[in-house]
Design a protein around this ligand. Structure first.
Ligand code: NAD
Length: 469
């Protein structure tokens, strides 16, 4: 067999692509992992999840130091050395991308830096540095991810108007920052810049932040952000951005009419689009939806039997962990195993302060569909651990099937919610009922007890709460 022939060619070395390649190699398949970037890791590692979480950690350190005042511990106002902060973030990225390279090497996955396009259902053309060559495959897994989008009115050719990639580079700490979009990215990066010292105005087109999460989970975050941000403007859109010498003039259209304000920088975070163009997919049978997502079946197979697709390019939710699990499933299917992507729930985490995390059925979705559910809530006001942290601004809620008591969904707002939600995922995936969660001894004093106590409410009263019935 020719050297440039692989059992599996994975295109895109993000958390979906590299997981797929590693799994394929572990299952004995000769595997190539192709990416146009010099470093593997994709958007998540290089300019997404990882750098943003590193910066959010820095933001948390700053806000905790501020709040230590209430405990009689006084720190001076932080002096921020942006160069060191940037270097630190870059060092984190380098460490992790090297880790991916090492893991690829140990598994004999061949890393190829090139831009890949399909020539047909078994051949890729690889271009790098002006050279071009071909690679043939028995199966390909397409994992090319997504990129930020912006409507034409917000696409201004001025470095002061940034997308998430630009904002993560920390070009400066702007005095006045406008964040457009109250979704994952707007809220996370707004939190970072506010902590670093920017005066942040956030506008969201819809009547609430984080549409998709239950309103009562979003409330504590909204309340805390309202105190820290200059303004949060809901039902507001940016009609126009005009570059001026002294800043970017933004026309904001909201419920009270139209206003104009000048900002030093603008972050546009209004969604992402799948990278499915210019891949030569038209030379294959793979089909795209009207929104540009690759259409796949439960085994992640496109309409071209040799080509699989995973991750952001297959549709919402565009989350790294969904991509990873799709990648694992695709590689198993290719190796001949009986496999498919059949996760009951995909957790969502917004790494703000407090964090918001949820999985499975939300209370609002249950109401909208008329499903018979029982919802129990445990406010963190009643949590000993939350009190010791000075962070009673949290809520844990469970959504149960009314009759069987089976856990269908979990939602958490509070510090560390992103870690806590994993128990909810396990409960839903394992088909746990209220008693399973309530009778499992949770360590005291921990925030995890809020999940147990919310479950206790299904049959009776939790220890640390009494509700008249
Ligand atoms: P998003 O879809 O989460 O939020 C975009 C928000 O912008 C929405 O609330 C929308 O109503 C609003 N909006 C749209 N047009 C607007 C306009 N013209 N003016 C004002 N508001 C407007 O998108 P995002 O924040 O760009 O993130 C993209 C995706 O990246 C997410 O959906 C998520 O899948 C992924 N992501 C995940 C994480 C995480 O898991 N923690 C973090 C960052 C990004």
């Amino acid at each position: 067999m020719a050297e440039s022939h692989y059992d599996v060619a994975v295109i895109g070395a993000g958390p979906g692509g590299y997981a797929a390649a590693f799994q394929a190699a572990d299952l004995g398949l000769r595997t190539a992992l192709i990416d146009q970037e010099a470093q593997p890791g994709g958007v998540c590692l290089l300019r997404g999840c990882i750098p943003s979480k590193a910066l959010l950690h820095a933001a948390r350190v700053i806000s905790e130091a501020e709040e230590a005042q209430a405990w009689g511990i006084q720190f001076e106002k932080p002096r921020i050395d942006l160069d060191t902060l940037r270097r630190r973030v870059r060092a984190i990225i380098t460490k992790l991308t090297k880790g991916v390279q090492t893991l690829a090497g140990s598994r004999k996955v061949e890393l190829i830096q090139a831009r890949a396009t399909f020539k047909n259902g078994t051949t890729l053309s690889l271009r790098s540095g002006g050279n071009s060559r071909e690679l043939t495959f028995a199966h390909a897994i397409l994992a090319t991810g997504s990129r930020p989008v912006a409507p034409a009115s917000l696409k201004i050719d001025d470095p002061r108007v940034m997308d998430s990639t630009g904002a993560l580079d920390l070009p400066e700490i702007p005095g006045r920052l406008l964040v457009v979009g109250g979704g994952y990215i707007g809220l996370e990066l707004g939190t970072v810049y506010q902590a670093l010292g920017s005066e942040v105005t956030l506008v969201e087109a819809l009547p609430r932040l984080l549409n998709g999460a239950d309103a009562d989970l979003v409330r504590p975050l909204h309340q805390r952000m309202e105190k820290r941000f200059k303004a949060i403007k809901l039902e507001t859109k940016v009609d126009k951005l005009v570059p001026q010498k002294e800043g970017i003039a933004a026309t904001l259209a909201g419920p009270d009419g139209s206003t104009s304000e000048v900002f030093d920088r603008v972050l546009v975070a209004v969604g992402r689009r799948p990278n499915t163009e210019e891949l030569g997919l038209d030379t294959t049978k793979a089909a795209l939806s009207s929104k540009g997502f690759v259409q796949v079946d439960r085994q992640l197979r496109t309409a071209e039997p040799t080509i699989f697709a995973i991750g952001d390019i297959t549709g919402e939710p565009m989350l790294a962990h969904k991509s990873t699990h799709e990648g694992l499933a695709a590689a198993r299917v290719i190796s001949g195993k009986h496999a498919s992507f059949d996760a009951a729930v995909i957790p969502a985490v917004v790494f703000t302060d407090p964090e918001i995390a949820w999985c499975g059925l939300t209370e609002e979705a249950a109401k909208a569909s008329g499903q018979a559910v029982t919802v129990t809530k445990f406010p963190w006001l009643a949590s000993g651990r939350a009190t010791t942290l000075g962070r009673n601004d949290g809520l844990t809620k469970l959504v149960f099937d009314k009759e069987s008591g089976r856990v269908l969904g979990v939602g958490i707002c509070g510090v560390g919610a992103g870690e806590l939600i994993a128990e909810g995922v396990l409960a839903v995936e394992m088909g746990a009922v209220a008693e399973d969660v309530a009778a499992s001894i949770h360590p005291h004093p921990t925030l995890s007890e809020t999940v147990m106590e919310a479950a206790e409410s299904f049959h009776g009263q939790p220890t640390h709460l009494y509700t008249k019935r």
